[in-house]
Design a protein around this ligand. Structure first.
Ligand code: ZN
Ligand code: ZN
Length: 942
């Protein structure tokens, strides 16, 4: 069998379809992983990396005395499967293969993924031939050519990728641990540091500092409005920016009619067609259409995988000679852009444009197939159109502008205006995404006199440098050699998800800034691009086989050790500095009770809340949903009434949940439950709030004397209020338990709201698990739950509720589990099933079962059944086992049905016992017969 290993499932399918050449391709699923077969060939897709590099066991504990952050630098690494099912299937297929072709993407990352597959195949099949197919587009022509000309895996290229992986792991893990531990952060809240990430973040922080430092300077601009041939025309003073207001005003005052045309200069300007797309220029162009860097890469990859465009990760801006431009044109002639393609063919420039970078791996990004909007969706189609039109533009002729510059004189003050007009649109004809605009001026003659309608002097200010947009940052990263074409957009996405930067244009958060500055102060090599650039050049040397992977890793280790020398010496200072400065970011404002500082607190696990800095003197606090709903952060908005920062819950991949002013939210969300207290009224509620009592729990936990004093109540009224609050609290607890149960057992659906379901159920009297267990299926259906769901939900509710009740009886949890597993789910079962049977069903001793039955009976206020002594049970069992053919399991089954000795057996109705035990009635009758004979024999013997 010929096994072909592709980088992704979708490319595996495409490759199979292309190579099958019209033959039927059979898709098969094995443990959820698809394979595609035709003839003797099978293709399978990986999911990018199916193994990951990790430290060998022993480094898991962050707080270990021996496995310190620094020790990670020299720690041995291992490869761990991350996609077990794919790995298993790949190895299963490899055992029977007589040729394996690696067909992963053609670049460093793809070569490394290919090497990983190579090693997995070799581990189970020592002899199979493994070759490599390289292609830049998943099109019939490219795929067929590449499979007809396979080569060997490029191990040097893969090793460069491996070295990068190891270095990134060692840098990221050791520094992240060091900084997080120094700042005493853990769990969700760690501070990540990375080899490319930190210098990138540092650039964003530096830009922000420049903006803050920037002192705007005033300047003045002078312009006039004239008219020619009924058209209003603006002309600017040739001085440009006036720095001195007086001089600008003098120039304005001197500007008087007549306005005389002193010079008309006509010319033409060549407007070169743009060069082919590499990854960076593509991302920049897509950003102009409103796509984020990550989004534009995702869409481009999708288009590549489906054969619509070539491989989108490329540094090349020169079409290689091998690229069949005519072939591409012929293909896209069938696209929805036929007219533009034909125009380009008719006006084609002799040679396509070329950019500055030429590399041999992939051609510039270009279209390879025909896509339609209906077929791929709006966004993907806009990207496809962009790539296709850019390709056409690189083949289209230069544009020609006619330029016009007109100079004027107004009583000695010089003014000027310019216009531009597309004489030959050239590439603009097919590429409407450029910013060039026409300004068409009327014709002027020298010495011509014109009116002045208006003279304006504008006061302006110099602007600070702009923040980086994602695409600008990617360009800058490329200039500095930070990251690679494949990783730059991922680095930025990471900075956003780690809450180091926000917005677009990008702005550092306080944490992002504090961590960067701490690193800069103590070991600036980590935040400077130099080290990263050096490592990139080492990668290049590995690719060219000039240096070994191990040698490069060794050098990186020693660089990192030097950084640690500086960091460890200042651990305390770094940690304190980060802690002090980031605390600010969690502060919300003054505590309404004591004037201390309210702040968001994140505890270990998923608990978060808002507490007061004067705790334990001040116990005011506001609960927040657990972090699964989102990590609580403050926003810049401030509540006008309470002067507190708003709070927002942010979660990766979800829309943020805005809580708004936490105090307003606290008051309003507790109003309903407070009014459930029977003796609560409007006036009392007001009074309670004025005494900073906002929740039912606060009332339930107060001392009655204190409550009486605070709320000016009689002692017995306070006592009643307190106990009523206790009741409401219990009700709330049960309600929330019931809601949680619903959430766990009803599948979320579009439009399904658990709050709404609970609301409808409340009308039918269902407010907690007990009432839910007793509810009618009709009541559930009224709340929008389907018949099947209602049946399952009720069964589940009964099970859970009965389990809870049984627990309340005092049954040990271990035993309870055994009962539930045997189908004994409620207290009633204990009374209706005989203890011997319980014992037989659960495998617990009759003594234990008797004790449990007694507990349940007590709980139900029922008489406890008479115990059967253990000795008697054992004796009966022995007697039963003495019958020929009787076995332990059968005796157990008999005991379960209440047959525990010979007497029972002889007295029993065979039909009845058969129904209870599942043992054939005939067999039971036979046992009875044998028993009878045995007894008779015994009598004779006497
Ligand atoms: Zn307080
Ligand atoms: Zn408020």
């Amino acid at each position: 069998m010929h096994l072909i290993v592709a980088e992704k499932n979708i490319s595996a399918r495409r490759i199979a379809e292309i190579l099958a050449g019209g033959k039927k391709v059979a898709e098969k699923k094995d443990a959820g992983v698809s394979t595609y077969s035709f003839g003797d060939t099978t293709t399978v897709g990986l999911r990018g990396h199916v193994v990951e590099v990790d430290f060998e066991p022993g480094y898991e504990n962050w707080r270990s005395e021996t496995a310190t952050p620094r020790s990670l630098i020299d720690a041995k690494t291992i490869k761990v499967p991350t996609e077990k099912r794919i790995v298993t299937l790949l190895q299963k297929l490899s055992r029977h293969a007589d040729l394996v072709t690696i067909a992963t993407d053609f670049d460093t990352e793809g070569e490394l993924i290919g090497k990983e597959a190579f090693e997995l195949v070799r581990a189970v099949n020592k002899t199979v031939k493994i070759d490599r197919a390289r292609f830049s587009a998943i099109t019939p022509q490219e795929i067929k050519t590449s499979f007809a000309n396979t080569t060997d895996l490029d191990f040097a290229l893969a090793e460069a990728g491996e070295a990068r992986q190891s270095i990134d792991l060692m840098w990221g893990a050791s520094l992240t641990r060091f900084i997080s531990l120094a700042a005493r952060r853990g769990g969700n809240n760690i501070l990540s540091v990375g080899r490319v990430q930190s210098p990138t973040l540092s650039m964003i922080v530096d830009r922000e500092k420049e903006i803050e430092k920037f002192v705007p300077k005033k300047y003045w601009q002078l312009a006039l409005l004239t008219e020619k041939a009924g058209e209003q025309i603006e002309a600017r003073h040739t001085n440009g920016r006036f720095k001195d207001q007086n001089i600008a005003e003098l120039a304005r005052d001197r500007t008087k009619e007549p306005l005389v045309v002193t010079e008309v200069r006509e010319g033409t300007k060549q407007d070169r067609s743009p060069s082919p797309f590499d990854t960076t220029t593509y991302i920049v162009a897509a950003a102009r259409l409103g796509f984020s860097a990550a989004n534009s890469m995702r869409l481009a990859e999708e288009l590549y995988m489906n054969g619509y465009i070539s491989y989108p990760r490329t540094d090349n801006t020169v079409y290689p000679a091998s690229l069949d431009l005519n072939g591409v044109l012929a293909t896209i002639r069938n696209s929805p852009f036929k007219k533009d393609v034909e125009w380009t063919i008719a006006h084609r420039r002799p040679e396509p444009t070329r950019g500055k970078k030429s590399s041999t791996d992939h051609p510039p990004i270009h279209p390879t197939g025909v896509a339609t909007k209906e077929g791929i969706g709006d966004d993907a189609f806009r990207i496809y159109e962009l790539v296709l039109r850019r390709f056409l533009a690189t083949l289209a002729p230069d544009a020609l502008w006619q330029t016009l510059k007109v100079n004027f004189d107004a009583c000695g003050e010089p003014y000027t205006t310019t216009g531009g007009h597309l004489l030959e649109p050239g590439w603009h004809q097919v590429y409407p995404f450029s910013e060039a605009k026409e300004t068409i001026l009327p014709t002027f003659a020298e010495k011509e006199k014109l009116p002045i309608h208006k003279v304006t002097l504008d006061e302006k200010e110099t602007m600070p440098p702009a923040r980086y947009t994602q695409s600008k940052l990617i360009q800058r990263m490329e200039e500095l050699g930070l990251g690679t074409k494949s990783t730059r957009h991922e680095v930025i996405a990471k900075l956003v998800s780690r809450k180091y930067v926000e917005g677009n244009p990008l702005r550092p958060t306080l944490v992002g800034r504090v961590v960067t500055e701490a690193l800069e102060h103590h070991s600036d090599a980590i935040t400077k691009p130099d080290m990263t650039q050096m490592i990139e050049s080492h990668m290049q040397q590995i690719k060219e086989s000039k240096r070994s992977r191990d040698d490069v890793i060794k050098e990186s280790r020693s660089m990192l050790h030097k950084a640690f020398d500086l960091l460890e010496a200042n651990e305390q200072v770094i940690g304190d500095d980060i802690r002090d400065r980031t605390a600010e970011e969690l502060n919300l404002g003054r505590c309404p009770v004591c004037g201390g500082m309210l702040a968001i607190k994140h505890l270990r696990g998923s608990t978060q809340f808002i507490g007061c800095s004067r705790y334990p003197e001040c116990t005011f606090n506001i609960g927040l949903p657990v972090t699964q709903w989102g990590w609580a952060v403050r926003t810049d908005d401030i509540c006008e009434k309470h002067q507190l920062h708003f709070v927002r819950l942010v979660r990766k991949g979800a829309r943020p949940w805005d809580i708004g002013c936490p105090f307003c939210h606290h008051i309003s969300s507790n109003t309903e439950s407070l009014t459930e207290i029977p003796s609560m009224n409007e006036a009392l509620l007001e009074k309670a709030r004025s005494r900073h009592i906002y929740t039912v729990a606060e009332i339930a936990k107060s001392e009655p004397e204190r409550l009486a004093k605070d709320l000016e109540l009689a002692p017995d009224a306070a006592q009643i209020l307190k106990s009523e609050a206790g009741g409401v609290l219990e009700k709330l607890r049960r309600r929330s338990e019931c809601r949680k149960f619903m959430r766990n057992h009803l599948i979320p659906r579009k439009g399904r709201s658990y709050a709404k379901i609970m609301g409808t159920l409340k009308e039918s009297g269902v407010t907690d698990l007990a009432s839910l267990a007793r509810a009618s299926p009709a009541a559930l259906q009224k709340a929008g739950i389907s018949e099947n769901e209602a049946r399952d939900l009720l069964a589940e509710a009964r099970l859970t509720y009965n389990g809870q009740v049984l627990k309340e009886t005092g049954l040990p949890a271990v035993s309870l589990k055994k009962y539930l597993a045997s189908g004994i789910t409620g207290p009633d079962d204990f009374v209706s099933v005989p203890p011997e049977k319980l014992s037989a069903m659960t495998g617990m001793s009759p003594g234990t079962v008797n004790r449990h039955v007694a507990l349940v009976c007590e709980y139900l206020h029922r008489p406890v059944p008479v115990k059967i002594p253990h000795a008697r049970i054992e004796k009966g069992r022995k007697e039963l086992l003495s019958i020929k053919g009787m076995t332990d399991p059968v005796a157990e089954k008999f005991a379960g049905a209440g047959v525990i000795n010979g007497d029972n057996l002889l007295a029993a109705d065979a039909q009845h016992i058969s129904a209870a035990t599942g043992i054939d009635a005939e067999k039971i009758r036979n046992f009875q017969l044998l028993m009878k004979k045995k007894r008779e024999n015994a009598i004779i013997r006497i």
